[in-house]
Design a protein around this ligand. Structure first.
Ligand code: NAD
Length: 457
């Protein structure tokens, strides 16, 4: 008998242990996959209207539990209570949105000679969803909701650091009447449970959100079985501010576009590109905005930024701000227990400075000047990442030219919005493969089957 793998789940704002969980090993993972496989045939045959009803009941259960889910995320991930409430609402909305899908999972009828040709969107079977620690609730929901709606059974592996809200979502699904085995939450280590999703032949699709390095290994592993993958990976997104922009608004919002969730956001606009002629004006406006970011107890309604997720992650982030780093200005952070790191602005930085090229995933932003549209695009695109970005200008034509020119999947003009459950989300280049959310997400959880029926006598 091997010893159980016990994991202490911490509150990153206090460093206190919230609970201790037993992580699944290989045997438990294989057993969960077997349960999911056994549940598949029944789930795919649930009539579309009934599957829709069950998903709506699941969304309603999440809605009724929002405060508890949010409080759990505040404690487990250090998210501010405002963000955590949004995240619980987002999980509800995503499930509700895809509850409409079972009754709209249309095939096509294609004109052919000698008969009738129709297509069906068939579910894949067991889907494994691997979730990171930065947005545990929404990212779990973005995978599980369309997968279930399409008739698949799902196993979610939350990140080791943040399993609690995913576990609660699993309980709520059962309470709502979703049959046993259809949705399972399996806390475990990435290289054990996550890797088993890759190697087990009965897992027919892997949805992975996390680092680019692990995403590449998942994709390579899935190639062995020609197993489909969706990858949502890292980012180093540009916030491009032109001289003709509403500079005050661009500067006031820029800190929140990178320091939200303490910068632990794959869409963080962690490179601010400012047109040279307004660079000094922008920096003068940015400084008070950065000092204004309220960092502290995430349970306090007024707090805008909480701690980092772990001591190890804080050490990694701090590595980008060594002694002598070009700190233009920085905000404050509490002293004492908790994995705190102050909002930090680095400038001037070179284009090959690692703080400018690598994903920091913490509250550190770099600012560089540019000269004109072509230069802005050249700098914005000189990265292997391509997830999101913002463009600030009052010229509509320029906004569209630059939006078309930036090699990224999710852009916003005169705002920093990235994710809406009803619009597609995903990355160009090494930021990912495939799209989540929006009207087409079910394509990623179904195979198209073509059937020809002869009408000949
Ligand atoms: P990570 O890659 O270390 O872990 C992500 C998940 O993968 C965790 O559940 C982990 O247990 C699992 N995992 C780790 N090694 C594995 C392996 N060998 N096989 C299978 N699964 C494995 O990343 P992280 O530190 O948890 O998250 C931070 C990263 O995620 C950042 O780079 C960030 O940009 C990225 N991210 C991207 C998006 C997006 O939508 N594009 C969203 C959130 C996070």
């Amino acid at each position: 008998m091997t010893e159980p793998d016990r994991y202490h789940v911490l509150n990153p704002a206090t460093e206190e242990v919230i609970t201790t969980l037993e992580l699944a090993g290989l045997a438990e993972t294989d057993a969960a996959i077997a349960r999911a496989k056994a549940a598949f045939d029944g789930w795919r045959k649930v009539a579309p209207a009934d599957r829709a009803r069950l998903l709506r009941a699941f969304a309603a259960a999440v809605d009724a539990d929002r405060e508890r889910l949010a409080a759990t995320e505040v404690a487990n991930a250090g998210h501010t209570i405002g963000n955590a409430r949004w995240e619980a609402g987002n999980a509800r909305d995503v499930i509700e949105y895809y509850a409409a899908a079972p009754e709209r999972l249309f095939g096509r009828q294609i004109p052919v000679a000698g008969g009738l040709d129709v297509t069906f969107q068939e579910p894949l079977g067991v889907v494994g969803v691997i979730v990171p620690w930065n947005f545990p609730m929404p990212i779990a929901a973005w995978g599980l909701a369309p997968a279930l709606a399409a008739g698949n059974t799902v196993i979610v592996k939350p990140a080791e650091l943040t399993p609690l809200t995913a576990l609660r979502l699993g309980e709520l699904a059962l309470q709502a009447g979703i049959p046993e085995g259809v949705l399972q939450i399996l806390p475990g280590r990435g290289p054990v449970v996550g890797q088993r999703f890759v190697t087990h032949p009965d897992v027919r699709k892997v949805v992975f959100t996390g680092s680019t390095a692990v995403g590449k290994s998942i994709m390579a592993g899935c190639a062995e079985q020609v197993k489909p993958v969706t990858l949502e990976l890292g980012g180093k997104s540009a916030n491009i501010v032109f001289a003709d922009a509403d500079l005050a608004k661009a500067a006031a919002t820029a800190p929140y576009a990178v320091f939200d969730n303490a910068g632990q956001d794959c869409c963080a606009r962690s490179r601010i590109l400012v047109e040279e002629s307004v660079y000094d004006d922008f920096m003068a406006l940015l400084e008070p905005a950065v000092h204004g970011v309220r960092v502290g107890d995430p349970a306090d309604e007024k707090t805008e930024m909480g701690p980092l997720i772990s001591a190890a992650h804080r050490a990694r982030v701090a590595g980008y701000v060594p002694d002598g780093a070009p700190v233009a200005f920085r905000g404050s952070a509490p002293e004492g227990p908790g994995f705190w790191f102050p909002p930090t602005v680095l400038a001037p930085v070179g284009h090959d400075d690692r703080a400018f090229t690598e994903e920091i995933f913490g509250p550190v932003v770099t600012v560089v000047p540019f000269r004109g549209e072509d230069d802005a695009l050249r700098i914005a695109n000189s990265t292997e990442y391509g997830l999101s970005g913002s463009i600030w200008t009052s010229d509509v034509g320029r906004a569209l030219r630059v939006a078309r020119g930036v090699e990224a999947g999710n852009l916003s003009v005169n705002s920093h919005s990235s994710v809406r459950y009803s619009t597609p989300f995903g990355g160009f280049k090494q930021s990912g493969l495939g799209r989540e959310l929006g009207p087409d997400a079910l394509n990623a959880f179904t195979e198209t089957k073509n059937v020809f029926i002869s009408t000949e006598e």
